[in-house]
Design a protein around this ligand. Structure first.
Ligand SMILES: COc1cc(O)cc(Nc2ccc(C(=O)Nc3ccc4c(c3)C[NH2+]CC4)cc2)c1
Length: 334
């Protein structure tokens, strides 16, 4: 299908993912030649899910973290939403686990620290992801972990206190209180899902799995799962603390940050460090101001409105190129 809104700005290539009401295409940002992913959503299909898109956009525009997939540009037409985001060339963490059968405790620790850092950062803004599953955890070119798909994330008014009613996310990772449709508070749901993720990293299969949805729910509500013999006792203990049926007994994200299993071999607790969301980079600014035939000051004034338009994408993508030690260039694509 031709997307005229992208014409001249992005060369759209193959489909790399398709979820419920969205399709994700690989594309090239013409001005910089950088690869991007474009999440395409048809408004007619979205219908009453439209507020979720608005909520995700609001979240993504405030979030800037090395382990959260970056938003570059938003294009809205009468019929579509286009989210231009960071291309995670390593694909899904899930495929990485399957390929290696299961990961060692050290490999799992490295990935899990990144997940906890991203989720703690998200929670510090009062958001909960609520759909943490291996398919929503991608890898970039350097095997850094990237959280994606904040379509279900919630920022209930008044931070995390107000209960969220909508049951959402995929059942295999759904916490018991979600399965019961109980009033629940976001953060604990993410801790349960991270427990399922850590189990999948270490075991290579899921703690609760069943073809039949009712028996899957029964297993989740029982909180009983197999503890493979090859798992270390400290790993088993940590997973038990995360897969507590009663959310009140579950370990919190903050306790995870300094948990000995996570800090083993690394002195400091996991940092929720976020690279400065919108730092001013003068090399990129001067290249863009030359290209636009304007002054550095005016270019920065224009950029720091963070409109998430094509110039915002060009700025972020040139910054990404610079961080990869590549030469900076802007071309007309002609
Ligand atoms: C903020 O980031 C978001 C937000 C959102 O709502 C959805 C996404 N979705 C993405 C889905 C996939 C990719 C992606 O890059 N997928 C990808 C890349 C490379 C390969 C694969 C998938 C699979 N085969 C191996 C190679 C990027 C964003 C992001």
């Amino acid at each position: 299908m031709r997307y005229s809104a992208l014409k001249g700005f992005y060369d759209v290539e193959r489909t790399i993912g398709c979820g419920g009401f969205a399709k994700v295409k690989l594309a090239t940002h013409i001005a910089t030649g950088e690869k991007v992913a474009i999440k395409i959503m048809e408004k007619s299909v979205l219908k009453d899910d439209l507020p979720r898109v608005k909520l995700e956009l609001k979240a993504l525009k405030t979030l800037s973290h090395s382990h959260i997939c970056k938003l570059y540009q938003v294009i809205e037409t009468d019929t579509h939403f286009f989210l231009i985001v960071e291309y995670c060339s390593g694909g899904e963490l899930f495929d990485h686990i399957v390929e290696k059968n299961r990961l060692t405790e050290t490999e799992s620790r490295i990935f899990f620290r990144q997940i906890v850092s991203a989720v703690a950062y998200l929670h510090s803004f009062g958001y909960a992801h609520r759909d943490l599953k291996p398919e929503n955890v991608l890898l970039d070119y350097a095997q850094n972990l990237k959280l994606i798909d904040f379509g279900l994330c919630a920022r209930p008014d008044g931070g995390m206190t107000s209960p969220l009613f909508t049951s959402c996310g995929s059942p295999t990772y759904a916490a018991p209180e979600l399965v019961l449709g109980k009033q629940y508070l976001g953060p604990e749901v993410d801790v349960w899902a991270m427990g399922v993720l850590l189990y999948a990293l270490l075991a290579g299969f899921l703690p609760f799995d069943d073809q039949n949805i009712d028996s899957l729910y029964k297993k989740i509500l029982s909180g009983k799962y197999e503890e493979p013999a090859f798992m270390s006792s400290s790993s088993k203990k940590l997973i038990r603390q995360m897969l507590q049926v009663d959310p009140k007994n579950r370990i919190t994200v903050n306790e995870l940050l300094s948990h000995h299993w996570l800090t083993l071999g690394i002195l400091d607790p996991v940092k929720i460090k976020s690279d400065d969301p919108h730092s001013q980079d003068n090399d990129v600014i001067s290249l863009m101001s030359q290209y636009h035939g304007t002054t550095d000051d005016d270019m920065w004034k224009h950029l720091k409105r963070w409109r998430y338009d094509y110039d915002t994408a060009t700025y972020f993508l040139l910054l990404a190129r610079k961080n990869r030690g590549l030469p900076l260039k802007i071309s007309t694509g002609a």
